[in-house]
Design a protein around this ligand. Sequence first.
Ligand code: GMT
Length: 397
Amino acid sequence: MQPLNLGITCYPTHGGSGVFATELGIKLAERGHSVAFVSYSTPLRLGALRDRVTFHEVHAEEYPLLQQFPYTLALAAKMVEVARSQNLQLLHVHYAIPFAPAAILAKQMAPDLDLRVITTLHGTDTSLVGAAPSFRPVTRFAIEQSDAVTTVSEALRAETIETFAVEREIDVIPNCIDPEHYAPDPGTPLAPAPAAARPLTMLHISNFRPVKRVDRVIDVFAAVRARVAGVRLLLVGDGPELPHALASARELGIEDDVETTGVVDDVAPLLSSSDLLLLPSDIESFGLVALEAMASGVPVVASCIGGLPEVVPDREAGYLIDAGDTEGMVAAASRVLSDTDLRARLGAAGRAHAVEHFSSERVVPQFEALYRRVLEAPRRVQETAPPGGAGSGRRSG
Ligand code: GMT
């Protein structure tokens, strides 16, 4: 494929959308494309400088009149500047708000560049609308005006159509992993002690926001600990719910078996040395961490919600339980942690499924094909239809 010049904008943090966007950019660069990241700071997973990858920082200018810095405008201006200097053909933004309107503005500011805009929705874009309905028209506008829109799951596609009453084509392209990076026992010096020398580990990785239901993580762990000897809970990440979770562990008298790591840049070694991933979220449009666990050979117990059934084959790579069915999660997690053979079977099946369906080798070409399609299509001139009928599709989190 003819190499392309792409701009990628994402939240440069540990959130799934930022992680995935960064890893996609790295893989695209490895495949010969030139990738310019445009953001307010270097995406955390970008690491060292790489061939064909550049980073362009959006600066916050201080001015007394501006109580709140107009980031969207600064981003649009930077997108135009980078598009000119790097000869970008398209801007791929990960998250509708505020990146898609910024990219559309950039495209309009520089018609001579004939830029194309691709928006990937990750799910929390929609919950933002739930939290602030005033975002709905602008999100809808951005979805309508993008040259292509992707969602990370069929479930999110359906939800997007319902929430925003859009009729346009939406492609589903899932998140992906590098199966060499997320693998059982990577054998790196970072990997903790081998399974025999460490306690059974139940792992939860998230941004500890309310939607992740860390309260359920503690409740499930407390009940599993009473049934399965020698199990510990490892909490990876940080966020507003973490202090509450730790307080509740103290109240239950189980704090000695609950460990925290804080925010970790690379979770692969922690995953490959764990025995179970618990993800009892209320909402999950995809659940990238569940995919990372499967690729690492770790069984998953998660809510049967959103895009998770498209990622985790139930009873094959773990167990999907109704969100809120704590007893069901306790039963599933206890079974997995007390049966070594079952654990190995689920882990191997999850690994095989992740590699077969979600390896970057399989998914990145889907983005390349989309880029090609968008670049070959005539310029998209579309009117945004007046918002009609559809439900407000509110989500929290
Ligand atoms: O899970 C989060 O709260 C972070 C959020 C984000 O925007 O980074 O994750 C969303 O995008 C991920 C990557 O596509 C998905 O794997 C997560 O399921 C999705 N989170 C939710 O839908 C709550």
